[in-house]
Design a protein around this ligand. Structure first.
Ligand SMILES: Cc1cc2nc3c(=O)[nH]c(=O)nc-3n(C[C@H](O)[C@H](O)[C@H](O)COP(=O)(O)OP(=O)(O)OC[C@H]3O[C@@H](n4cnc5c(N)ncnc54)[C@H](O)[C@@H]3O)c2cc1C
Ligand SMILES: *[C@@H]1O[C@H](CO)[C@@H](O)[C@H](O)[C@H]1NC(C)=O
Ligand SMILES: *[C@@H]1O[C@H](CO)[C@@H](O)[C@H](O)[C@H]1NC(C)=O
Ligand SMILES: *[C@@H]1O[C@H](CO)[C@@H](O)[C@H](O)[C@H]1NC(C)=O
Ligand SMILES: *[C@@H]1O[C@H](CO)[C@@H](O)[C@H](O)[C@H]1NC(C)=O
Ligand SMILES: *[C@@H]1O[C@H](CO)[C@@H](O)[C@H](O)[C@H]1NC(C)=O
Length: 651
């Protein structure tokens, strides 16, 4: 029967292809009313939904009846017995090609028709560099473009399958313009198919299809994730990057917040949000990197920001979420509606509890900023003198935090010569004179130590030009295989007395001596009146965050294992020991962080795990070191670090 379907579907196929180019509703969807418990109307793409009626119609359509149950909701009673039959054939591992449940070409085609033509196979981004590969798409000019732009984030976030840290797909198709120097190009840990999302129905169809067939499901927004959590071998990947709506709501009102707000789509990136905030004369919260997706991994994972000292964490901004859950249902989550889901999704991590389609977020008054960049090296001075200066800056941090400022600086050991680069000190709501008074003891110290330093200080009336001149210009190193991060949130109590402060500083110095580069923030988020989300409690008490970046030159499994051990033990070990009440930020974490449940969520973990069980009982959503991921492992062989190039299986 199925074999003949492709022919009867040809007219529909033609229509679907037309549809995808003019972006009308997909085949299996209906348009619903736009009102929402979020207090702001749904975006038009959110009113295009899958409903029980649509499924009932599919059931009655002889051409698709056979696969209708694969697209039904988890709690649907229409196709319950058919769903149960399929579920009995689920195996220990998520479905792979060759397994009975792996969709045939025809079923993929039907699925694509019902999606309205949104499905595409993921092709490794560097495959045009290969004269011979299963993709048969050699193209020297395209290869040169990809290779030349490899370290540019856009190369990866504009591609449905690519991720920014290739280690995690297994490096099975590296880029390079010398075709004869390249080995082979295979799929590795890249996901298999992408659903290029333009509306909510497509997400619901994909969630139901993946759950029914026990397929691995992945959510990809920009591909920034440092632990490879936006890719997975053989996965169906939901690509939210193009959900770009931004709407200003001047007078938002709800039980938890009244004031100006934005309603923002899941694909909005930092630079787009900051630009919109400037346009509407408000301040909005995103990270330092312009291209991070604000409502994918950032706000669900916590989100630190150059304005956090004034307005709180990224997660604290969100007053309502629109979400597709593991059951396929589209729900609203606020502090009063589905409040457990709301609590868990803001801090509990991306790709774990549901798929955000949009968020309503607080925006704030404009702020002025004084930015200051300065740097000095150990050239011509004793090494201990350099460190005395840095330690002085370290000891001043509580003052800088109390003054509600923020800074981002790096320390590097360049073969025995040390370099300190502040880029920038971000003194919000400070005049130049106020900033200079705050920093004066430090500059006096440099002078006293005979350290030459360069400094450039500027004042801006608003955030946007200050951001554009500083954070937006940083080269955020991406695309490399051997530079893996690890971090520690260092609590205020570590400045309580000189002894603990100097022990802490010794661990910082040790990190610099063992890493490629160490990036340090002085940062302390303002505490909300009431904490109503699951952000790592370690953020609430931090005075500083330290991110160390490893430089692993030998990317063989042995080299990766040894290099990663340097991060986990040599660099982070002493920092962990000296900060028993600290924690680690899951979004910039060591891939091998030990006791990660406690490090990323502290006392919130048991409640997060219970909410995960309730909203995702079949573990449809899996991410490395995500809440509830203990029962699963990616069987990737011995790679030295955990990649996504292997089957996802129950332990
Ligand atoms: C160069 C660089 C700079 C950074 N700077 C900062 C910073 O200043 N502050 C900060 O806090 N963090 C920063 N980060 C970390 C950043 O917050 C995380 O990498 C974040 O997870 C990226 O989210 P994304 O959606 O852009 O990326 P993706 O890799 O696409 O997704 C990240 C995770 O979120 C999930 N996800 C994506 N979309 C959705 C969705 N719609 N619903 C549910 N889950 C989803 C994915 O499955 C994945 O698990 C930085 C990272 C990089 C690489
Ligand atoms: C499906 O078919 C049955 C039997 O013909 C009919 O009773 C029912 O109304 C139909 N449902 C839909 C949604 O068309
Ligand atoms: C099926 O579920 C709907 C609500 O989801 C309910 O109204 C209906 O009565 C149920 N039908 C049967 C046969 O259980
Ligand atoms: C990518 O690199 C090519 C050179 O090969 C250059 O011409 C092009 O402008 C670059 N594209 C982007 C998006 O940076
Ligand atoms: C390309 O790679 C081959 C094989 O490693 C090498 O012999 C050759 O010199 C390289 N060509 C260039 C232009 O680098
Ligand atoms: C040091 O700071 C000065 C002034 O801000 C700047 O011009 C210079 O590029 C910086 N040098 C380094 C190596 O960061």
């Amino acid at each position: 029967m199925l074999a003949t379907l492709v022919f009867t579907f040809l007219p529909l196929l033609a229509r679907a292809q037309e549809a995808s180019s003019v972006s009308v509703a997909p085949a299996a969807a209906t348009v619903t009313p736009s009102d929402s418990d979020a207090g702001v109307a749904l975006f038009s793409e959110e009113t295009v939904q899958l409903t029980d009626d649509v499924i009932a119609n599919l059931e009655n359509n002889t051409e698709v009846a056979e696969i209708a149950h694969l697209l039904a909701f988890e709690d649907s009673n229409i196709t319950e017995s058919a769903q149960r039959r399929v579920r009995r054939t689920w195996s220990r591992c998520k479905t792979s090609p060759g397994d009975i449940l792996w969709p045939s070409k025809l079923v993929w085609t039907l699925f694509d028709l019902l999606l309205g033509g949104a499905l595409e196979p993921i092709i490794p981004i560097a495959s045009p560099c290969y004269r011979r590969s299963e993709y048969n798409n050699y193209n020297a000019a395209k290869c040169a473009d990809i290779t030349n732009n490899w370290s540019d984030g856009a190369t990866h976030y504009e591609d449905p399958g690519s991720i920014m840290f290739p280690l995690y797909y297994g490096m099975t198709c590296p880029q390079g313009t010398n075709a004869s120097a390249l080995g082979t190009c295979t799929q590795g840990g890249y996901s298999a198919y992408s659903v290029h999302v333009k509306n909510v129905a497509q997400i619901q169809l994909a969630v139901n299809f993946a759950r029914s067939l026990n397929l691995r499901l992945v959510v990809k927004n920009t591909g920034h994730d440092y632990n490879g959590r936006s890719t997975g071998k053989n996965a169906l990947s939901i690509w939210t990057h193009n959900m770009k709506g931004i709407q200003y709501v001047k007078n938002y009102r709800s039980a938890s917040y009244s004031g100006p707000a934005f309603k923002v789509g899941a694909g909005v990136q930092g630079f787009e949000l900051y630009e919109a905030a400037d346009k509407y004369g408000v301040s909005a919260i995103a990270g330092i990197c312009p291209t991070v997706g604000v409502y994918g991994g950032y706000s669900t994972g916590g989100g630190h920001s150059p304005l956090m000292q004034l307005f709180g964490m990224g997660s604290d901004q969100v007053v309502a979420l629109e979400v597709v859950t593991a059951s396929g249902r589209f729900v609203t989550a606020t502090p009063t509606v589905n409040s457990d889901l709301y609590w868990a999704m803001l801090g509990g991590g991306g790709g774990t509890f549901g798929i955000v389609t949009s968020a309503v977020v607080k925006v704030h008054p404009k702020v002025s900023v004084t930015t200051s960049s300065f740097n000095f090296t150990s050239a011509g001075i004793a090494t201990e003198t350099f460190w005395e200066a840095v330690e002085f800056f370290w000891s001043e941090m509580p003052k800088y935090n109390a003054a509600k400022t923020y800074s981002y600086f790096s320390i590097m050991n360049l073969g025995g010569m040390y370099m300190f680069s502040m880029f920038p000190f971000f003194a919000t709501q400070k005049t130049v004179a106020e900033y200079e008074a705050l920093i004066k003891p430090f500059f006096d110290k440099l002078t006293e130590l005979n350290i030459h330093y360069d400094v450039e200080t500027k004042h801006y009336d608003t955030f946007y030009p200050a951001y554009q001149a500083t954070f937006a210009t940083i080269d955020y190193y991406i695309g490399g295989a051997g530079s893996t991060p690890g971090n520690r949130l260092i609590p205020k109590e570590n400045w309580n007395n000189a002894e603990i402060r100097s022990q802490t500083f010794a661990a910082v110095r040790n990190a610099v001596d063992n890493a490629l580069v160490v990036m340090i923030y002085h940062q302390a988020p303002v505490t909300p009146d009431k904490i109503i989300n699951s952000v790592n409690p370690a953020f609430r008490n931090e005075a500083s965050m330290l991110v160390a970046v490893n430089n692993i030159v030998d990317t063989s499994p042995e080299g990766l294992e040894a290099g990663n051990a340097v991060m986990t033990n040599t660099i982070l070990g002493p920092l962990r020991d000296v900060t028993p009440n600290g924690g680690s930020y899951g979004n910039e974490a060591d891939i091998s962080e030990p006791d990660w449940q406690n490090a990323f969520w502290g006392a919130n973990y048991p409640r997060l795990a219970a909410i995960k069980k309730k909203w995702d009982p079949t573990d449809l959503f899996y991410v490395h070191h995500g809440v509830g991921s203990e029962g699963w492992v990616v069987e990737d062989g011995e790679r030295g670090v955990q990649t996504q190039d292997g089957k996802l299986c129950r332990v």
